[in-house]
Write a protein that binds this ligand. Structure first.
Ligand code: UD1
Ligand code: CA
Length: 453
């Protein structure tokens, strides 16, 4: 089976430099949603017809397993499908989808494939309260489909038809090539209308079978930012429903955004306004506080992410406590029961079992052992302006507040660093290391007083 995806249209009403089909919903380009659905039908060939936006579209989506057919100029939907024909398997059936209609379900398309395999013309239609602008499906007195008439070409009576052509169809491929070669553009828009092939099929005595989507939004296209956000909300609603169904507690299903893949274990709870990007997995009993952003994160069982935390490309161990207001950057691994508190930034570092950095710290390029306490205001000075250097802190270390660890530097097992230390050499094990100027009190000193003029 072939699948052709039309994606050459301009999308002027998006008012954007980005080609329309590359605009994302749920963090993924519109046309990628269509491609992902197409793959579920196991096609042998997938051809995307592109044009506007030029090579930006194939470049962003990738060329693997996709035939890209350029349509230039764009002379209509029929002309668009013609560009795909040389890339298709000659036998079998061809499904036509649209790069700007992202939410059609496999369960809606699958029966259409069967219908076309049985030699029929399968057409997806929908009844709209307001059919303005769409091609109308005309039927005879026996309720048999006779054709599709575009809004601009329709007479008054036809304009009152509410059943519209979604554009999605599945037909025998050999027939399709034959019909396309006979298309004319003698209509109000001087375009080669794909829809005209329906009349040809009817004239040949081919049975037309119409299908309807379970939900009307499955066939909604995107022409503007308003329609884009409408589909975004619909998709987010379906994601939230699926999570609730699965037993996840959402404090408000209208205030969660999933831009990728979110996997949840049992008894997970998610407070409001959280954003999940890329691949995120939350194991059993994980709690996510309000206003957190997690991107490509694995959170192990029982961990508690407090509000306003931002975590990216990281692994959070079991029973960890992170935040509020923590920033965990790429390459961070927290072992179980680690605590990371407010205004702590961690990058490319590991924090061992039960270790704590509870307040106001920067930890970068560090390997920190188990049961370490990092005092408030501790900074790893990991960067000399050119190169990055490692800090190693072994097990059971206590680091006093406001310490600077000038990397590369190592703190040996059981060491204690006094508050305010600037560590430039290795700190020996089980010893207090301190670098601080001696405290003095000057009894002779007087506060300056204001001179009277
Ligand atoms: C088309 C249908 C109409 C249907 C409507 C559903 C035709 C002639 N009409 O109308 O019956 O109700 O869709 O939305 O098919 N495209 C190309 N190349 C082109 C022209 C279009 O790739 O030369 C792509 C567009 O990017 C778009 C899709 O085809 O994704 C539909 O094109 P559009 O111009 O929106 O068709 P309509 O006039 O709305
Ligand atoms: Ca359209």
């Amino acid at each position: 089976m072939n699948i052709v995806i039309l994606a050459a249209g301009q999308g002027t009403r998006m008012r954007s430099a980005l080609p329309k089909v590359l605009h994302p919903i749920a963090g993924k380009p519109l046309v990628q949603h269509v491609l992902d659905t197409a793959r579920t039908l196991n096609p042998t060939k997938v051809c995307v017809v592109y044009g506007h936006g030029g090579e930006a579209v194939p470049e962003k989506i990738g060329r693997e397993n996709i035939a890209w057919a350029k349509q230039e100029p764009q002379l209509g939907t029929g002309h668009a499908v013609m560009q795909a024909i040389p890339h298709l398997d000659k036998d079998g059936v061809t499904m036509i989808l649209y790069g700007d209609v992202p939410l059609t379900k496999t369960s809606t398309l699958q029966p259409m494939v069967q219908s076309a395999n049985a030699g029929k013309f399968a057409l997806l239609t929908v009844e709209l309260d307001d059919p303005t602008g769409y091609g109308r499906v005309t039927r005879n007195e026996h309720n048999k489909v006779t054709g599709i008439v575009e809004h601009k070409d329709a007479n008054e009576a036809q304009k009152h038809i509410h059943e519209i052509n979604t554009g999605i169809m599945c037909v025998p491929t050999q027939k399709l090539s034959g019909w396309l070669s006979k298309l004319q553009n003698n209509n109000s828009q001087k375009e080669y209308y794909l829809t005209d092939i329906l009349k040809m099929a009817v004239d040949e005595g081919i049975a037309v079978e119409t299908f309807n989507p379970a939900d009307e939004w499955e066939t909604n296209g995107v022409n503007s930012k308003t329609q884009l956000v409408e589909l975004e909300r619909i998709l987010q609603e379906t994601y939230a429903e699926a999570l609730l169904e699965q037993g996840v507690t959402l404090m408000d299903p209208w205030r969660i955004d999933i831009r990728g893949e979110l996997k949840c274990g049992r008894d997970v709870s998610i407070d409001i306004n959280c954003v999940f990007e890329g691949k995120v997995s939350l194991a059993d009993n994980v709690r996510i506080g309000a206003n957190c952003v997690l991107k490509n994160v694995m959170v192990a069982a029982g961990a508690n992410i407090e509000p306003f935390s931002h975590i990216e490309d990281a692994v959070i161990g079991a029973d960890c406590r992170v935040g509020p207001y923590a920033r965990i950057r790429p390459g961070t691994v927290l072992a179980e029961k680690a605590h990371v508190g407010n205004f702590v930034e961690i990058k490319k570092s590991t924090l061992g079992v039960g270790s704590k950095a509870n307040h106001l710290s920067y930890i970068g390029d560090a390997t920190i052992g188990n049961n370490v306490n990092i005092g408030a205001g501790t900074i790893t000075c990991n960067y000399d302006g050119v190169n990055k250097f490692q800090t190693i802190i072994e097990d059971d270390v206590f680091i006093g507040s406001d310490t600077q660890l000038v990397a590369p530097v190592t703190v040996r097992r059981g060491a204690t660093l006094g508050a305010g230390t600037t560590l430039t050499h290795e700190a020996p094990p089980d010893t207090l290391t301190i670098s601080r100027t001696k405290q003095v009190s000057l009894s002779s000193w007087k506060r300056p007083v204001k001179k009277i003029k």
